[in-house]
Structures are given as C-alpha cells and as structure tokens.
Design a protein around this ligand. Sequence first.
Ligand SMILES: [Zn+2]
Length: 261
Amino acid sequence: MSHLLAEKTWPELQKAIQERTVLLLPLGQTEQHGRHLQTGADSIIAERVALATAEKSNPSVPVLVMPTIHYGYAPKMVAQWPGTFRIRWKVMVDYVADVCSSALLGGFKKLAIVSTHGPHGDVARLAAREVFDRTGVGIVVTQPHTFALPVFKKIRKSKLGGASHACEYETSLLMHFGYPVDLTGTDARDSVKVCNEWVAGDMAGSGKVSWSTWDLQTTSTGALGDPSCASPETGRQCMESIVEEYCRFLKYFREMETPVR
Ligand SMILES: [Zn+2]
C-alpha cells in the first residue's frame, strides 16, 4: 500500500485524518555535493528516510509522506559549482509555512518536517513559528542526522571535521541506497578545519555559537568533510538507527496531547 499523500484521493485523506495520521514533509535541496556525490543527495535522503519510516511505522502509527520539496536556500558561494539552486531564504520560510499550513487547515493535526540540508534547519524552525501563529498547531522540525549520531559516532572512520557536507555520512547513505558513487580521488583535504568549543564544524560537534563553515574555510571540491571513508555499511547502520528513532519519536508525537486553541 502506498504511503504517499499525493497518491491518495481526498476521501482517503479524510479517513487518514480521522485515524490521526502523522504527516512527514521531506525538505531537501538540489545543490553541488562535491565531485563525487549526486546533487539531489539532500532530497534523496529526506525522501528515503520518510518513506522507510512510513513503511515501518504503519499501520500501528499511521504515517503519510507529503511530496518532497526539492529546491531550497543555499549560500551564494555554493552556486560557484553547477547544479546548485538558490531560493531566497525568506521565500523558503513563506513557502514551507504555506505548505504546512495547508495540510493543517485541511484537517491534519500532526506534521513533522524531515530536514536534511543544514541551512534549512533555520528555515524550518522559522516556518514552524509562522505556522503555529497562523493555525494554532505546533509542527515539529526533525533532522535525520541527529537520530543517526549515536551510531555514526561509534562507527565513523573520519576524524572530527569529516562529516559536514557531501561527507562520510551523506556519501555512506547514498551508497547504501545503491547510487553509483565513485570515491576515486576523494580524500580528507576538504575536511572541516574549525571544530572546537565555539564552532561545531562537524555533525558530531557541539559549538556554543552559530558560525557558518562556509565563512571559515574554502573547499576545492565543494565537499566539507572526508567522503573517502564512506561505505554502504556505514550508511546501512545509520539508516537503521534513523528509521528506528523516527518510529519511536512519531509514536510519542502522535500520542502527545496538546492544548486545543
Ligand atoms: Zn547534503
């Protein structure tokens, strides 16, 4: 059975609303991901995570996957490589808020954004504020890498700085999904150099301030991190952890009663 919202009729969606179905919105991006990785990496990961979660979670916790958002905000300097699309961040906040508000005003009560592209964390959180003010319903912003982190920290082969963009983590996931990825010529040269108490730099880092890595260093390949350490097995283990954590969270999210406004 399909778990895609766009493959349902409106009476089917009405039934889904009565069953208190949770919506997942994959929020991806199309942009350069180094010399070795597909430009759609962020969209692919967001969609795969949402679909795999829906597969595992249904029918005990009903989940439907909304159509993926494939274009988004990227810093200007990322557009020096082809394949990077840039939607102004203000437009993105409004766009994501309009998409989510439509779902809620149509009757759905629970919606979680699955955001895989770093800068979209900020966009999605601002959109969530706007949606809450408009509809009185709070939506949730999730980022799969946070669910992968405990496992990834244990199995990663790159040093701190190796996991940021088109890195060991993202490359491993695409390899696990079966995309053709040629690691020839990849190495640690574009690893993130600034990872310290102030600046996270790496997805496993914890900085006290928010400072874009794109401002702190250059990259020759477009990647930030060390994709040479990537493997399908790392991707498989990360994905397993991500989907398990999503299912666990969505169960909690669905059962959580919030005040009616
Ligand atoms: Zn990415």
